[in-house]
Design a protein around this ligand. Sequence first.
Ligand SMILES: Cc1cc2nc3c(=O)[nH]c(=O)nc-3n(C[C@H](O)[C@H](O)[C@H](O)COP(=O)(O)OP(=O)(O)OC[C@H]3O[C@@H](n4cnc5c(N)ncnc54)[C@H](O)[C@@H]3O)c2cc1C
Length: 487
Amino acid sequence: MSETSTTKASTAKTGAPRAPAERARLSFDLDVDIAVVGAGLAGLTVALEAAKLGASVAVLEGRHVGWNASGHQLGTVMPGYGLPISDLIARVGFEDTSELWALSKEGAEFVRATATEELIPGIAPSEGALEVSNVDVGDQLISRLQMLGEDFETEVEGWQVDRVRAELNTDHYFHGVYYPKAFQIDGRKYVHGLAALARRAGARIFEDTPVVSIDPSGIRKRIVTPSARLRASHIVLAGNVHLGATLRRLSETLLPVWRYGAVTAPLGERLAETIAFRGSVADSDGIDHFRVVDGDRLMWASPETTWAARPERFAPVIQRRIRTIFPSLGKVEISETWGGAVGQTVHGMPQIGQLRRGLWVASGFGRQGLNTSAMAGQLIARSILWGDERWRLFSPFELVWAGGTTGRIAGHAIGLWGRGSAAAAGALARYRERVRTQERVREARLAEANRQAGTRPPSRRPPPGRPRPERPQPPAPANLGGGEGAS
Ligand SMILES: Cc1cc2nc3c(=O)[nH]c(=O)nc-3n(C[C@H](O)[C@H](O)[C@H](O)COP(=O)(O)OP(=O)(O)OC[C@H]3O[C@@H](n4cnc5c(N)ncnc54)[C@H](O)[C@@H]3O)c2cc1C
């Protein structure tokens, strides 16, 4: 698999902090309580939490901290999961959905408490995220708001089309759901901040240390790396889609999806005139996700593939997306592109739990990994050290084979189809809106013409039982000829 890269056309303030030139590699045998495979968001949160609770922890990372998705995300922290809440209720019922939802909020709160300027300097937290609809579905929005607000105790506001369009100058979006308690951070700084905090709590992080094989049998489990062995009572597999041959049957339950992002050059005043909203914006079809950064740059993620590609290939695609949604911005210059592979499960929920005694998994966080990986890290550390059993809420979401190469091809086709049908639905919604607007203009013109002519449009038949209103009688024609009956 090719390494996910970042390409810069010029220096952007949003650039990822460079990994230290000297990376500590595991070169001696070691015994610990907990060994974590993978130094992404999930592995580092497990390490931080377990070390804080007093365990001896070693993290083994094949490349370097945050080189994949965890160091290339947009930093939006929302409650919930990639799977829509209605699907979750259909799958596990209302009670369990309610608990799962509460856990997802705890994950977001963990990030909020960790991503502070005191703990991670430069993390730049800011409030509010907006989910916008590509189609005109105001009635569905109301029931969703009721469910989130009343049943799941999540602070949400429904925004009418006018409010959305006052903040985002585009006719592509209709209604919106505003989450005032969602927030965003510098996502790249966060993963390196987590690593620093885990180290400070006592965890040891070894980079350039790929795990070659695992023997999970016995009380003390064994891990082999190229230059050393490690023994641990618990192993946490947080390798996402890159676990590969180490545990082939587990890694084959994830469909790898590469998502690409970019940041524009400074856009000056025209950006503020087009986008007044300062939080994150995502459309409900999961296609575009963006926000304003550094005052006048736009950070945008959208294209996806089911194979690793060079991120710079997608600069023109992102340019086109920006122009399609916000034509008033014109053609924007792209300063930097990047990409990362997320692991998509067949059921859409993350993989969290104990596979066999002492062997844990925290993976499959898809596009929404900040709150969910934080939640997984806390849950697993507390399960191991405190006997917290809430990870069992994830048991209905089994490890389902993602289909291998065929699954990737199907995944790509389904992704294209989903984007195509979302675009078609959006175009239809905008067409209907145009027709409605034209009708309103026509009616207004007709009413004005009638007013000037002193007539009214023909009234509709009154409801049964109601007296028909008296029609005003047209004035009697003037008797120009001086005939009979004229006064
Ligand atoms: C462009 C983009 C934007 C995103 N935006 C957001 C967002 O705004 N909000 C949000 O919530 N989510 C977002 N996400 C999703 C989020 O980034 C991921 O869900 C999350 O980072 C997954 O974390 P992870 O720790 O599971 O995986 P990873 O970051 O992939 O970490 C896994 C690590 O395990 C290591 N590893 C694997 N196998 C081995 C082995 N055998 N030996 C040693 N090490 C191994 C890998 O090298 C890797 O470093 C975005 C993703 C992308 C790509």
